[in-house]
Design a protein around this ligand. Structure first.
Ligand code: HEM
Length: 390
């Protein structure tokens, strides 16, 4: 990409690209996919020489210093435009630029100003950076957590350690959830009576387990009032060229990568389905490709149910074992969702909340609905286990 002027990128404009075609497109897609997972390179990047400037962000936010925040935005904008004047840097550097710009845009919005009215000259660059890595033209939850440097260089909105606990919890679940999609792909290729099905499903369950540690950590270390009244306003949507883009939301943690093949592709309800469809633009390109591959498929729960319903002659034990493994996986999802809804209800209680909707754009009622659907599918798999093992 280097050397090519970013405003000449084909199709630079709103939204996200639909992917690339042809040999060159395949090479580009592979480069982009690797860039998203080259976490250490993104974290190490300080392309705007912003380490010291962003270290002051908690102080500026703490005293709601709007003029200083606007001056910081202009300074970083000038640096970003100078850096990219002759072409976009590498994708990993582009992700670091977006991360650092995003912290300041979110801060300005938190104090009541639409950020691109302060730095309108940034708009084309946000589009180009988004397009370069096939993401939305603003920062996402990955920028705020996984791609955020550790230690002293970490970017935060506040100087409260609760914000760091929140970031850590979200950051820690991305590797396993991202890796889960190849396990789901493998499961979709297997007959539920295949002896490899249950151990593969057990591996998937292992990839969901970090969600329990994450929610337990947040529940014990982050107060719902702190989340609701201090953090939530930083995750507000911003207007980029007439389109509102949501801020970095924990709701965009891709737990749905596990739901989709397990049950959601053919047993979902309209509310969770609509939420997923609306959240898709914030997902990494390979997660969106996974969605496209499986959204019209037959889920693992349905396959197991049908297979056991058709008679288990000679296959009872392996089918029962497969159903049991899926029930265990659904139980882990249910446990996460049960604990998560507890803290979410407290943060969105009438006396506490500043907003009716979560930063992912949905109300608490959605969480109850997804929990119910997870429970229903777990019950179906328990029944299938019993039928397979009369
Ligand atoms: C104080 C902490 C938290 C609160 C108040 C909270 C609140 C919410 C709310 C209101 C939603 C509905 C969608 C939306 O955001 O618009 C949601 C969804 C979601 N949140 Fe959280 N959340 C918190 C922490 C976390 C953490 C730490 C994780 C993961 C590590 C997480 C993962 C999710 C997921 C995956 C969803 C999508 C629905 C689902 O799969 O059940 N949340 N959250």
């Amino acid at each position: 990409m280097r050397g090519r002027r970013w405003h000449e990128l084909k199709g630079a404009g709103r939204g996200i690209t639909q992917g690339n075609s042809g040999e060159q497109g395949r090479v580009l897609t592979a480069t982009i996919t690797n860039a998203h997972y080259d976490i250490e390179a993104i974290q190490a990047g300080d392309p705007l020489r912003a380490d010291a400037l962003l270290a002051r962000l908690p102080e500026l936010n703490g005293r709601a210093d709007r003029p200083a925040l606007a001056a910081l935005a202009r300074d970083l904008s000038t640096r970003a435009l100078a850096l990219t004047a002759d072409g976009l840097p590498s994708p990993t550097t582009g992700l670091a630029v977006m991360r650092d710009l995003g912290m300041v845009l979110g801060s300005i919005k938190r104090h009541g100003t639409e950020p691109l009215t302060v730095v309108p000259e940034l708009t084309p660059l946000l589009h180009a950076l988004g397009q370069q890595t096939d993401l939305v033209p603003r920062d996402t939850v990955q920028h705020y957590t996984s791609w955020n440097p550790p230690g002293e260089r970490r970017r935060t909105y506040t100087d409260d350690e609760q914000e760091r606990w929140l970031q850590d919890a979200v950051r820690d679940v991305f590797p396993a959830l991202s890796a889960s999609l190849s396990i789901s792909d493998a499961l979709m290729e297997l007959d539920p009576a295949d002896a490899r099905f249950a151990p593969t499903a057990d591996r998937l369950e292992g990839m969901v387990r970090p969600m329990l540690e994450a929610i337990d950590s947040v529940t014990s270390r982050v107060s719902p009032v702190f989340f609701a009244q201090t953090m939530r306003p930083y995750f507000e949507e911003i207007d980029v060229d007439g389109v509102d883009y949501l801020g970095p939301a924990a709701a965009q943690v891709p737990l749905w990568l596990v739901d989709l093949c397990l049950w959601a592709c053919d047993r979902n309800g309209p509310e969770y389905n609509a939420f997923l469809e609306e959240s898709l633009i914030y997902a990494l390109p390979d997660w969106r490709a996974f969605w496209a591959r499986h959204v019209s498929g037959t889920s693992l729960v349905t396959r197991l149910e049908q297979r056991i319903g058709a008679g288990t002659e000679g296959k009872q034990e392996s089918l029962a074992r497969s159903a049991e493994s899926l029930a265990l996986l659904l139980r882990t999802l249910k446990t996460f969702r049960g604990r998560h809804i507890g803290i979410a209800k407290k943060a969105y209680a009438d006396q506490v909340r500043l907003y009716d909707y979560g930063s992912g754009g949905a109300p608490i009622a959605l969480l109850k609905r997804v929990l119910d659907l997870t429970r229903e599918n777990e019950t179906i798999m328990h029944a299938a286990t019993r039928r397979g093992r009369p």
